[in-house]
Design a protein around this ligand. Sequence first.
Ligand code: 5RP
Length: 271
Amino acid sequence: MDYGLKNRLSRMVKPATGRSVMLACDHGYFMGPTTRLENPRKTIAPLVQYADVVSVTRGVLRTSIDPAWDVPILLRVSGGTSMLQEDLSDEGLITSMKEALRLNATAVSISIFVGTKHEKQTLLNLSRLVDEGEENGMPVVAITAVGKELEKRDARYLALACRIAAELGAHIVKTYYCEGFSKVVAGCPVPLVVAGGPKMTTEADVFELAHGAISEGAAGVDMGRNIWQNDHPVAMLKAIRAIVHDGASVKEAVRVFDGAKSKRVSDSIPA
Ligand code: 5RP
């Protein structure tokens, strides 16, 4: 692996712990102005200093991420569908490698839709992106998207999708936590991070998910709604960091959350 690619990867997955807390803010590319991400800059600004990586599209990067903020960017480069479609799998590449380099992205992300009508197209998109990533020292994160078919979140399906992503050359795979997650990890030779999914009922539910994923071998999270749709997003992110980087238990994460939620959010907005 070349220096550039290795260097970019180590900016994402922190060498001190081998883990990463990625903040997913790329939902708008098919969901539009998602609740509490209507104004991306307002949502992201207080959180950025607690995230190892922020995941956005080029539009949000240019309009809502200050170039002076010192945070690695995971640039979403697949899309072309909207929530209005029944089938979300018909994705293409929406941003070129040249543009990703111009924007100084640290990595690029792309969804694959295994088991759907557009499986082949999305797998070929991934393969092409990996070729371009290798050529340019740019890591590729493959996202095993399940579209609206959330019932596909079982270990057998996710193990298949994650392994295919790794076989096609993805440097990191993003997937969902599920029962039997250790089987997904065992079959995937590159680091796995998990998404959070739709907002859960309690904070402890979110910490259970993150803790389960980390204890079963995930290298981190790429989480969005369960952080910024919470009334205390900074406290959520701090608690998730404690699980991912400090090995905190669910109980300890609840304590971190409770301790942090009383702090004023404006105290933590970067200058
Ligand atoms: C949007 C995505 C999101 O980045 C991913 O789902 C993580 O966010 P959340 O934790 O809100 O599920 O891929 O397409």
